[in-house]
Design a protein around this ligand. Structure first.
Ligand code: FA5
Length: 326
């Protein structure tokens, strides 16, 4: 067997056992490339007799053709097999259920505050925001607290300096409104309050309140009770009864705490009363002509009652197992 035949048979056996397109490309380069060994045979042509040359050249060309055909047919087989393997590996079952994406939702207290605001807007109140960092003046002094009143101990307070504190009650907004607006007005405010409390299932250092007040001619306890009844009906549904019991807050006279009758029981909601004449007069409001009511309550308490939540610390813990329930 001469050298050309040996080369061709070697190449054929390599092509025959190659397993990948990459191997075939390497074999092609090795034998048929510009610097390949079959090509090198052409160079030997110069050593032959002139008359032998055409026949030798034809042999080389036919050997190249044979190898090229064989290579191309193996390439076609192998690449079809490779594509089949890749398709199998990348197969997607479009009928499989997708992985669920958790939807976010509003915090339960945000939801409750929105419902409170909607109910009060429906009753003709304007919703106004007040600052969380409040002047001592508005949180206490303007609300008729005498300097040494025991309420300062009850509402233990985070003071920032001697004039500023984290508001302990949304009632603090009253003075800001009365300073700038003339009656009649109906205002509601919701927001975060802070007290230096020992935290337990019903008390937190951070909680939320809504405060509502109205000043107009001839406002009486009957207006307060009627408004509370309407508000409670909107929030809790049904024809809710309201009960007053005497209570003391320096900024109302008379002062009451109030409960609603709901689901066969009396539930205490917050404090209320007629705005103390001292407060109205301090803002130049004629108490012969105008009077007002005010009430305030805890937002957490509303949500707890409505949803049977027994520990208000849950609202601040941001545990999704709790939050996702609402
Ligand atoms: C007040 O804060 C008065 N400003 C309410 C008021 C407004 C009375 C207008 C009269 C006229 P009290 O301290 O009771 O009142 O708080 C009202 C409600 O806020 C409570 O019923 C309770 O639901 C909520 N609350 C008070 N302290 C906390 C606390 N530490 N943690 C959670 N909720 C609280």
């Amino acid at each position: 067997m001469d050298e050309l035949e040996k080369l061709v048979s070697e190449a054929e056996s390599e092509i025959g056992i190659a397993q990948s397109t990459a191997e075939l490309v390497a074999i092609e380069t090795k034998y048929l490339g510009g610097k390949g060994s079959v090509q090198a045979q052409l160079r030997a042509i110069g050593t032959l007799q002139k008359e032998e040359r055409p026949a030798y050249g034809a042999r080389i060309n036919s050997a190249k053709e044979r190898l090229t055909d064989f290579l191309e047919s193996r390439k076609a087989d192998i690449s079809a097999r490779e594509i089949a393997v890749r398709l199998e590996a990348e197969k997607i079952d479009v009928s499989l259920p997708g992985s669920p994406m958790r939807r976010g939702s509003r915090h339960p207290l945000t939801q409750t505050m929105q419902r409170v605001k909607q109910s009060l807007i429906g009753l003709g109140f304007d919703c106004v925001e007040g600052p969380e960092l409040e002047d001592y003046q508005f949180n206490f002094a303007a609300l008729n607290y005498p300097e040494d009143h025991p309420a300062f101990d009850e509402q233990m307070t985070f003071y920032v300096d001697s004039d500023h504190l984290l508001r302990t009650q949304t009632t603090a907004l009253q003075g800001r409104i009365m300073r700038t607006q003339k009656p009649p007005f109906r205002i509601a405010t919701t927001g975060r309050c802070f007290r230096y409390e020992a935290v337990d299932a019903t008390h937190h250092h951070s909680f939320h309140q809504v405060d509502v007040f109205m000043v107009d001619e001839g406002v009486s306890l009957a207006d307060l009770k009627g408004t509370l009844k309407q508000f409670a009906s909107k929030m809790f549904g049904g024809d809710v009864q309201v009960r007053f019991r005497p209570d003391f807050f320096p900024f109302v006279e008379p002062g009451v705490d109030y409960s609603i009758y709901w689901n066969d029981r009396w539930l205490e909601l917050g404090g209320a009363g007629l705005i103390h004449p001292n407060i109205l007069e301090a803002h130049g409001i004629d108490t012969e002509k105008y009077s007002g009511f005010a009430f305030g309550l805890g937002i957490e308490r509303i949500h707890m009652i409505q949803n049977g939540v027994s520990d208000l610390r849950l609202y601040l813990e941001n545990d999704l197992r709790f939050l996702a329930q609402f």
